[in-house]
Design a protein around this ligand. Structure first.
Ligand SMILES: *Cc1c(COP(=O)(O)O)cnc(C)c1O
Length: 226
């Protein structure tokens, strides 16, 4: 069994160390990713001070949140199918994974139907990996304009999943570039506050390069057994 309390202490320490490497002072939100772990792990993390939980599948999240019985901010970090948009807006405070205009429109419609304005991030596929979803950099502006025109979405920032390089340092230029893109947009908009990047193998570098939201699972809860 993973020692969640001890692991959280280590991860928070690494985040603080990485924050000290940057030129600016900004808080970093730790999203503890509980996918494929039971609701008991979720509770352990929350009882140890975690305020943000990340899940990637609607069905699994619905079951766990129903049993959770704790107040926490809920993040959807995985790809969302349009036919599950309604459940997603009912379950999640922030959807990180808006990766197409088609999906944005579906979430908007779902948000309207439940009377909510849904906070979202646009997922960017900066490395143009075929295996990953996300908007290409050259389409980001037009996708943002599309989302801005939707009344029931609030665009709060960007999300990146870096390629799984064997040498994690190879992620650094991508994180650096993503931060530049994010800060340039942020300087022109209100409420555009979140740059979500960094997972267990690369969150230290992501924070050094400007991430203010990291999504960490394995380093807190141990390996997932599928
Ligand atoms: C699973 C997942 C994470 C967490 O991954 P770890 O390597 O376990 O930290 C972060 N972001 C996304 C999008 C994920 O699907």
């Amino acid at each position: 069994m993973a020692d969640v309390v001890e692991n959280l202490r280590v991860v928070r320490g690494e985040i603080e160390k990485a924050q000290r490497q940057r030129a600016f002072d900004e808080p970093v939100t730790l999203v503890a990713v509980t996918k494929n772990h039971g609701v008991e792990m979720m509770r352990q993390a929350i009882d140890a001070g975690v305020q943000h939980i990340g899940e990637n599948r609607i069905q699994e999240a619905a079951e766990k949140f129903a049993a959770l019985n704790r107040a926490v901010t809920k993040h959807l970090i995985g790809h969302l199918q349009t036919n599950k948009a309604k459940q997603a807006v009912q379950l999640f405070d922030l959807i990180h994974s808006v990766d197409s205009e088609h999906l944005a429109a579906a979430i908007d419609k779902a948000a309207l139907s439940v009377g909510k304005v849904q906070d979202v991030l646009i997922q960017v596929n900066l490395a143009k990996e075929d295996s990953k979803s996300g908007v290409y950099e050259e389409n980001l502006q037009s996708t943002m304009e599309f989302v801005d025109a939707l009344q029931n979405l609030r665009l709060c920032g960007l999300m990146l999943i870096a390629p799984n390089y064997s040498d994690v340092e190879n992620c650094r230029p991508l994180f650096h570039r993503m931060n530049e893109i994010f800060r340039a947009i942020q300087s022109t908009r209100e409420g555009f506050n979140f740059l979500s990047m960094g997972m267990t193998h690369d969150y230290k570098i992501a924070v050094e390069e400007g991430a203010n939201v990291v999504r960490v699972g394995t380093a807190i809860f141990g390996e997932r057994i599928y």
